[in-house]
Design a protein around this ligand. Structure first.
Ligand code: FAD
Ligand code: MLT
Ligand code: ZN
Length: 440
């Protein structure tokens, strides 16, 4: 994003867990801060060195340790790139339980440390469920080996859960045991244009009811984001005349066991949506080939990349009730208009997209000519207060990093923050592990 500029003058790329342990011990003895870094694709400034801490990048630890095709349990080094793990599993007819636009660069250790959600959470659940075990180097250099491959283990506190989403503040994840699902036999997707935002909720209900267990993604794209994608050269996946004044779009993916059966379900769904007394959609495209399947996904997955090209993005990754997705985006746009900051001279676009099934809206505000204190002051704390008033979360999936340390209090009570501090103190009394992130 060009928003965070690391200050490190030392970056280390260990090859083994023992080397990570030695480095951390050395740093702990000398009170040198350590910033764990994966693929560096995080969006909240968590993987950069704020004050010349040593960066410890896991990229050289990228071996698969074992895979059991019967249980689907994969054990891998934390530095494995998510896409490489998917490629590894493909001939074994398995897939990773998570998928995100950054898959070509992000690492499984980074995914776990940010508790990444992504495009498959709706179907396969969160990493808190699919991660079976972790190997972690603690802030004093001790290796905590909890690399279990057991599906069930109720022997007291489940320590690994603390490291999932800890953003590198409690230790360095070096190994991962994760349960992977069998690859679906048939995967399809459909891209739909909706007349009005109010159609999203009934559409979601209809799709859930009619597709049942084969629905694997339900993603939202508002009109501004859709038009932006087309302006960046993506071929239209829908007939422009039929799209008309559609206010928003939805991508539905199915992953099932029988191509004919799944297609029949999808076709019946489309027909019922189009022929209802008050149609919930204007039009839709059902992918007919692997190329078209990818093209439909690109309309959603490439939005992050296009936004970077539009200007400098203020990214707010929030959980709010689904019914409020559009009103949150509208409220922010209206605020920018009222402040005289909307237009090509300042904020050129305010848009929303996200993971409907997870109640996760990605609100993006594009500053055409760069970040400015004036724009930031108009956005914050306005947005955080708006989200808090809806009992939402200021970080649905990207984390707190260094961007939202001041905003944590909008989503966590004083008591929760106090206990988070106590936990940090127990693991990292000298505050050497990713200082300045999550808690300040
Ligand atoms: P980094 O960015 O390197 O680090 C992220 C944080 O984790 C930092 O705090 C770092 O210190 C810590 N960390 C990294 N590795 C370790 C380790 N081994 N041990 C301890 N701490 C560690 N996120 C979603 O949740 N869902 C999405 O759909 C999604 N889509 C994205 C799409 C794009 C195009 C981009 C650029 C980002 C997207 N993200 C998404 C953001 C997401 O958080 C990251 O992409 C990913 O999970 C971070 O992995 P990484 O390896 O790049 O970690
Ligand atoms: C996404 O869902 O596309 C990601 O979380 C990235 C983003 O918010 O831009
Ligand atoms: Zn997301």
């Amino acid at each position: 994003m060009g928003k965070y500029h690391g200050q490190a003058n030392t970056i280390l790329r260990p090859r083994t867990t023992e080397q990570v342990s030695e480095i951390v011990k050395y740093c702990a003895d000398r009170r040198i801060g350590v910033v764990p870094q994966g693929g560096n694709t995080g969006l909240v400034g968590g993987s950069i060195s704020l004050q010349k801490e040593v960066v410890l990048n896991l990229g050289a630890m990228s071996n698969v340790r074992s895979f059991d095709p019967v249980s689907g349990i994969l054990v891998a080094d934390a530095g494995c790139i998510l896409q490489s793990l998917s490629d590894y599993l493909s001939p074994h007819d398995h897939i990773m339980p998570l998928d995100l636009g950054a898959k070509g660069s992000c690492q499984i250790g980074g995914n776990i440390s940010t508790n990444a959600g992504g495009l498959r959470l709706l179907r396969y659940g969160s990493l808190h469920g699919s991660v079976l075990g972790l190997e972690v180097v603690l802030p004093d250099g001790t290796i905590l080996d909890q690399l279990s491959t057991l599906r069930k283990d109720n022997t007291g506190y489940d320590l690994k859960q603390l490291f999932i989403g800890a953003e590198g503040t409690l230790g360095i994840v070096t190994g991962v045991s994760i349960v992977t699902p069998p690859a679906p036999r048939a995967t399809n997707n459909v891209f739909l244009a909706l007349p009005h935002f109010d159609n999203v909720l009934p559409l979601y209900q209809a799709v859930k009811t009619q597709l049942g267990e084969i629905m694997s993604a339900f993603e939202y794209v508002d009109r501004t984001a859709y038009d932006m994608a087309l302006s960046h050269g993506l071929g239209s996946v829908l007939d422009a005349n039929e799209v008309g004044d559609a206010q928003c779009f939805v991508l539905v993916e199915t992953s099932g066991g029988n191509e004919d059966h799944d297609l029949e379900k999808l076709n019946t769904l489309l027909e019922s949506l189009m022929t209802a007394d008050e149609p919930l959609i204007y039009t839709g495209t059902l992918s007919q080939s692997p190329g078209q399947f990818e093209a439909l996904w690109a309309m959603r997955e490439r939005l992050t990349e296009f936004i970077q090209k539009e200007g400098k993005p203020y990214k707010y990754d929030v959980s709010v009730p689904l019914a409020n997705f559009q009103s949150v985006v509208d409220a922010v746009r209206e605020r920018m208009i009222a402040k005289g900051l909307y237009g090509d001279h300042a904020v050129s676009k305010v848009m929303g997209y996200g993971h409907v099934g997870d109640g996760n809206l990605h609100l993006n505000v594009v500053a055409k000519h760069g970040y400015s204190p004036e724009i930031e002051a108009a956005l914050e704390p306005f947005i955080y207060e708006l989200i808090a008033s809806q009992k939402g979360s200021v970080s649905a999936e990207h984390g707190i990093g260094s961007m939202k340390t001041h905003a944590l209090r909008y989503s966590k009570s004083d008591t929760s923050i106090e206990w988070m501090r106590k936990i940090k103190q127990v693991f990292d009394p000298h505050n050497i592990m990713n200082p300045g992130k999550v808690l300040i």
